[in-house]
Design a protein around this ligand. Structure first.
Ligand SMILES: O=C[C@H](O)[C@@H](O)CC(=O)C(=O)O
Ligand SMILES: [Zn+2]
Length: 276
């Protein structure tokens, strides 16, 4: 498991391209039959991916956690961005089609990821955060969750947002998780941009043509930087940073937060004209 320390805005504004990428970009999330995990010290959120193909993949624990099993003091949200797969949690099997989500509660001991077909594997993107209380392990299918249209084609940001783990959906201790799908021809996400100093956030970009890229914007609103992001890569957004992006083509992304509160709408907005 990679470990990334938290850095502040004063340090970040000095970073060159590689330093920005080393600190905030998670480049590889899907490698056959292995777990790819990145432990961030922002709210101790773990960002990860698993692509089981010929074998199923068991979730082990790690020395960094000092726990008997991974979810002893943690909760986890998983969204499948590949073909159909299953997640077995303490003997119970959940089938996840593309864009279905599973919340796995604190105290779950045995977690195993598998694909229905090795030729068209499941690709599970996951977030895990420290948890103080057990909430039930539950699946949310994409078709059953809250969704809302946002933006418009006039501003190249027509998109649909789906909320899975949140105050009025699957309950959690601190994880909030969902995804946004941009319409063809729309390329901007989260503009006007915002920060929420109370929560970190991670953006995972998917369904982006491999030849295309997203210019992900980060930094304090008056000191922005960009990171060029490819399909199936994630960016860790510090609580003090904006998180927004413009693609060279349309794409989808999974957003997820952890921290002080669970209020999705709690955002401090910056007017476009005030960005620097
Ligand atoms: O705090 C909330 C997150 O940044 C995202 O949910 C924003 C988003 O999905 C979008 O504008 O499309
Ligand atoms: Zn946000």
């Amino acid at each position: 498991m990679q470990v990334r320390y938290a850095v502040g805005p004063n340090e970040t504004r000095q970073f060159n391209t590689n330093q920005l990428r080393d600190n905030f970009l998670v480049e590889t999330l899907f490698e056959p039959n292995t777990l790819q995990l990145c432990y961030s010290h922002y709210d101790r959120v773990i960002v990860g991916g698993v692509q089981p193909t010929s074998e199923s993949v068991h979730l082990p624990t790690y020395p960094e956690l000092r726990s008997d099993y991974f979810l002893e003091r943690r909760e986890m949200g998983v969204i499948n961005v590949g073909d159909t797969g299953t997640i077995e949690v303490d003997g119970q099997t959940y089938e996840l089609g593309k864009l279905d989500c599973l919340y796995i509660g604190k105290g779950s001991q045995q977690v195993t990821f598998a694909s229905q077909s090795a030729d068209s594997p499941a690709q599970f993107y996951l977030l895990s955060a420290p948890a103080h209380k057990e909430y039930p392990t539950q699946k949310a299918a994409q078709g059953d969750v809250f969704s809302a249209p946002m933006g418009s084609s006039d501003t190249a940001n027509e998109r649909v947002i789906y909320r899975y783990i949140h105050k009025d959906g699957l309950p959690s201790c601190q994880l909030v998780m969902g995804l946004t799908i941009l319409k063809t021809g729309s390329v901007w996400n989260t503009m006007p941009a915002h920060v929420h100093d109370r929560r970190m956030e991670a953006y995972f970009y998917f369904d982006l043509d491999p030849a295309h890229r997203v210019l992900h914007l980060m930094g304090q609103p008056t000191e922005t930087r960009h990171i060029l992001v490819a399909n199936h890569q994630a960016v860790i957004s510090p609580p003090w940073s904006i998180h927004s992006g413009c693609g060279t083509a349309n794409y989808s992304f999974i957003w997820g937060m952890a921290g002080e509160n669970l209020d999705y709408a709690d955002m401090d907005m910056t007017a476009i004209a005030d960005l620097r």
